[in-house]
Design a protein around this ligand. Sequence first.
Ligand SMILES: Nc1ncnc2c1ncn2[C@@H]1O[C@H](COP(=O)(O)OP(=O)(O)O)[C@@H](O)[C@H]1O
Ligand SMILES: [Mg+2]
Length: 297
Amino acid sequence: MSESVEQPELEAPPGEVTAELAEDMQIATGTREPILESAGVSMVFGGLRALNEVTFSLKEGEIIGLIGPNGAGKTTFFNCLTGLYTPTSGSVTLRGAPMPQDPARVTEAGVARTFQNIRLFPSMTATENVLVGRHVRMKQGPVSSLLHGPRFRRSEAEAHDRAEKLLAFVGLTRFADELARNLPYGDQRRLEIARALATDPSVLLLDEPTAGMNAQETEATRQLIFAIRDLGVSVVVIEHDTKFIFTLCDRVLVLVQGELLVEGSPDEVRGDPRVVEAYLGAPPDEVEAQIHAGEES
Ligand SMILES: Nc1ncnc2c1ncn2[C@@H]1O[C@H](COP(=O)(O)OP(=O)(O)O)[C@@H](O)[C@H]1O
Ligand SMILES: [Mg+2]
């Protein structure tokens, strides 16, 4: 963790900004229609079958958890969903239309993600990092930026206003003018989420958002993801922390060696003997302890 910025108390969980942001982002909510789907997605690297016929459906307003041992294919699945990888076979659709095979166009279509390994611009401020996300949504091209006409200034003002609200939403207002690299690790993860939200996504994919966080930061992130869902964004979360997943998600998918082993509500997944048996390949007692860890809270 960086020493250059002292770490005060976590800011209060997002409150009234949520309603205002939801209005700004104008996301259609509450239909419970499938929004992001995969059908029989397989991904083969050389001789390795990283994904085998993965079929899933994310509904509007839903939070889905994706768990499974290291190397199960979770990140590969996100890469297939977001156009970084073209699946060897199978299809990915967004509201029934084929997903573009190009990450920039996937973003435009309304799918945003964060990365297992944080990808911020370390020498830019927190605000500037969010503005980078915002700019994919702005119509002003480089020529108009050079001319700095009134329309440019208006959309710049709008972008700054949104960046400010998003930083408040994720609890990082105090770091607005701080370089990203000076932020504590957990706050860098939150900043990445703010940048992803700046693209006005309908779907947000989070790859291990609480990796490296302490218990307090993990809980703040859980509340943040609920608030993101309340904005009208549908969410898929990869995490190792089963307590976190079981207390956050509407549905949980268990991926083992590229195959979807089990799918169901947190209670169904927690009680499934196949999960207890296969999850992490750890000794049964340890798996039991890990799988039931979520029950205490
Ligand atoms: N670009 C790639 N080239 C070759 N193998 C890859 C590539 N990406 C992932 N893999 C392999 O696919 C498997 C699944 O990896 P990954 O999706 O990162 O798993 P997880 O995120 O569940 O830990 C691993 O065996 C990994 O080495
Ligand atoms: Mg991964």
